[in-house]
Each structure stands twice: as structure tokens, then as C-alpha cells.
Ligand binder design. Structure first.
Ligand code: NAD
Ligand code: ZN
Length: 357
């Protein structure tokens, strides 16, 4: 049988370095002729004076995005309507500034402005027909790899699943470590552990290859460097690179057991991605023994108390829903446990794992 390798779509342009955010106006300048711009910014930055740093011009639209809940298809559809109404036409660029939540929001909005219907109709793999509006991603917290991935993860009416498409990929990313100032240390850790877990699941999975290995090994080394030591200024730029590399690794391999379980948890209990992954990972010694021990060392060093008892007393129906959601993620299980994964990860075993959390 002919082997099919994925023809990967990567972010074509990147600027990296302290203060490089100040170049955003120049980067956007060539797009100015073709229309006004849409800025989507995490509302945590609303009262910090950050708006004054945005290279906005007359007619541009700024929307502060709240991420108390992770992005949903409903949010994307309403942002699309609001942008169309207020701008009167499609913007020439969509700029997303924030963590994984806002970056995914910007990806999804830029896709949906160029495609009909609700974003829920595009949750899945390669369902997008039209090229997205030019979009720029600017992380203000690092770890998810959303800046470099081809997915915009959304909670939809049926499940949490990304718009996985070449058109989701950012046209430009701006990586300025100064923007990570002010992230609370526990949140920084959880999002950082998302990166660490991406690497573990990539390296320990059957889909691993030399490309994904090279990036994951380097990103893991960086995670060790920064989370098994006191946090320093230079840790910000290192984490930014680890996030990028971890993201690159999984774009050409896959995640595994932890992400599958964490998706179920997120959908039913609204547990955020980074914290959900940390919470789950602690119980996965059977699958990732050495790494779970190392993860605990990092928690200890960073003085992190992972929440416990989140599934205690939840209705049976919720538990069932979590299991159902986790089991829909075939590629993750296949990567982690091989083609016979259904025999290894039975509903009972999954239930036992969830009940421990
Ligand atoms: P996030 O974007 O949800 O933000 C977490 C918290 O940090 C929020 O309260 C936010 O307001 C705050 N924050 C962000 N920047 C800050 C700053 N500079 N100062 C102070 N506070 C700041 O967190 P995340 O972990 O980056 O992203 C999680 C989301 O990313 C989830 O929705 C998840 O599904 C998604 N995700 C996407 C991918 C992908 O490849 N697209 C990969 C992993 C996760
Ligand atoms: Zn993740």
C-alpha cells in the first residue's frame, strides 16, 4: 500500500524577540489598503493601558474577549455577526492577542468570516472550503502551541473539537516574551504543563517520527530547565520557544491519553485545558511512568497544589458523558495505545480513572 504523508501547512511568517510587538503596525501596513481591521484581545488586558499600544486606525474594531469559559461555537458565531455588523464588510485582517483561548478564537473567526453557516458545522478535519481572512496570532501566555497549530479548538453543541484545517493556520505570529509579564504563576505553570504533556504524548506515541521527536525533545528539555528551577526573566523567552516546538511536534504526530481524558473533563465540568491536563496527568503513571514522576517534581518545585476531587459526587450521567466524549477521540487513543486500543481502554477502566480525580 502507498504510504501517505501529511503535507503540513506551517505559519509562513514569525517575528520573535523582546519588544517585537512594537513592529505590529509595520507588519499590518501592507494590508491597510484593503480595509479595516479586527482586533480580538483578551479582556484581562482591558484596564492595563494595553489598548494604547495597539496600532489601530480609524474604523478598526477592537473587541475585548472574555475567556472565563473556553471558546465556544456560539461565541465565534456571535463575534462573526458583530464584526460584520460593525465593520459593514469583512476586515482585511484579524489580530488575536491572548492565550490559546483568544488565539483559537481569532483563527475560528477569520475562517468563519470567509465561510457560510455556523462554526459548529466545521468542527472536524478539513471541512473548511474557503481561505480564511489574513490572521495574526500574538500569545500573551505560552504553552498550548496554538500559535503554530492548524486547529482552533471549540466547545460545540455536541463536543469539544477543533476546526482542523490548513486555513486555520496563522499567516503571521508575533512572539514577544515581554507580553508574558503579569501571567499569574499557577496559570503559567498549567499552560506550561500543556506543553510538557504535548511532548510526552508525542514522544511516547506510536505516531512519533524524527520531525516530531526533534521538536519534542528540545521543548521537554526547556520545560525541565525552567520548571525545575526558580522562575527568571529569561524563562519567558524559553517557554515561548518550548510552546512553539511542542506545538510543532504534535502537528506532525498526535497527543494521547491525557488529552483524551482532559477533553471529557473540559466538556462536562468546564475545566480549563491546562489545569485539566495537569489534573489528569497525575493519574497516568501506568501510561507515562517516568514523566509523571518528573511532573510531580515540577509541581513541588513550583509549589503547585493541583485541585482534587473534581469528579466526586457528580451524577452518573455526567460520568457517562465524559467517557463517551473521551472515546470519540480515536486518533489520540490509537497514537497512545496502538490499533487495539479499544481492548486496552475499556469503559470501565476509563470510569475508574475519572472517579479517582
Ligand atoms: P487561556 O487563553 O484560556 O488563558 C488562561 C488565563 O490566563 C485567562 O484567565 C487569561 O485571561 C489569562 N492570561 C492570558 N494572558 C495573560 C497575561 N499576559 N497576563 C495575565 N493573565 C493572562 O489559556 P491557555 O492555556 O493559553 O489556552 C487554553 C485554550 O487553548 C483552551 O481553550 C484549549 O482548548 C486551547 N488549546 C488550543 C490548542 C491549539 O493547538 N489550538 C492547543 C492546546 C490548547
Ligand atoms: Zn494541549
Amino acid at each position: 500500500m502507498k504510504q501517505e504523508y501529511r503535507n503540513l501547512s506551517l505559519v509562513p511568517r514569525m517575528v520573535f524577540g523582546r519588544g517585537c510587538f512594537n513592529q505590529l503596525g509595520d507588519i499590518l501596513a501592507p494590508r491597510r489598503e484593503s480595509g479595516r481591521m479586527l482586533f480580538l484581545v483578551d479582556d484581562v488586558l482591558e484596564h492595563t493601558g494595553f489598548a494604547d499600544r495597539l496600532p489601530m486606525e480609524k474604523g478598526d474594531l477592537l473587541i475585548w474577549v472574555n475567556v472565563d469559559d473556553e471558546p465556544s461555537t456560539k461565541l465565534i458565531d456571535s463575534l462573526k455577526s458583530r464584526a460584520t455588523e460593525q465593520l459593514g464588510e469583512n476586515p482585511s485582517a484579524v489580530i488575536g492577542i491572548g492565550g490559546g483561548s483568544v488565539m483559537d478564537t481569532a483563527k475560528a473567526v477569520s475562517v468563519m468570516l470567509a465561510n457560510p453557516g455556523s462554526s459548529a458545522g466545521y468542527q472536524g478535519w478539513d471541512l473548511v472550503k474557503n481561505r480564511a481572512i489574513y490572521h495574526v496570532g500574538i500569545p500573551t501566555i505560552s504553552g498550548t502551541g496554538a500559535e503554530v497549530s492548524r486547529t482552533a479548538v471549540l466547545t460545540g453543541p455536541i463536543r469539544k473539537l477543533g476546526i482542523n484545517s490548513d486555513y486555520s493556520v496563522f499567516d503571521q505570529i508575533v512572539l514577544d516574551p515581554d507580553l508574558l509579564h503579569g501571567v499569574p504563576s499557577d496559570q503559567r505553570f498549567y499552560t506550561g504543563m500543556d506543553c510538557y504533556i504535548h511532548c510526552v504524548e508525542s514522544l511516547r506515541g506510536g505516531f512519533i517520527n524524527a520531525f516530531s521527536r526533534a521538536y519534542a525533545e528540545k521543548a521537554m528539555d526547556i520545560c525541565r530547565e525552567i520548571f525545575l528551577e526558580d522562575w527568571k526573566r529569561e524563562s519567558e523567552e524559553k517557554l515561548m520557544m518550548a510552546s512553539l516546538f511542542g506545538g510543532l511536534s504534535i502537528t506532525y504526530s498526535q497527543v494521547g491519553v491525557c488529552h483524551a481524558l482532559s477533553y471529557g473533563l473540559a466538556y462536562v465540568l468546564k475545566v480549563h485545558h491546562g489545569i485539566g491536563n495537569s489534573l489528569v496527568f497525575d493519574y497516568l503513571e501506568d501510561f507515562y511512568p517516568d514523566e509523571v514522576v518528573e511532573f510531580r517534581r515540577m509541581c513541588k518545585w513550583q509549589d503547585i497544589q493541583i485541585p482534587r476531587g473534581v469528579t466526586k459526587g457528580i451524577p452518573e450521567a455526567d460520568l457517562t458523558r465524559m467517557i463517551d466524549i473521551a472515546l470519540t477521540l480515536d486518533p489520540l487513543w490509537e497514537n497512545a495505545l496502538g490499533p487495539d486500543w479499544k481492548e486496552i481502554m475499556t469503559r470501565d477502566r476509563l470510569k475508574g480513572l475519572y472517579e479517582m480525580m
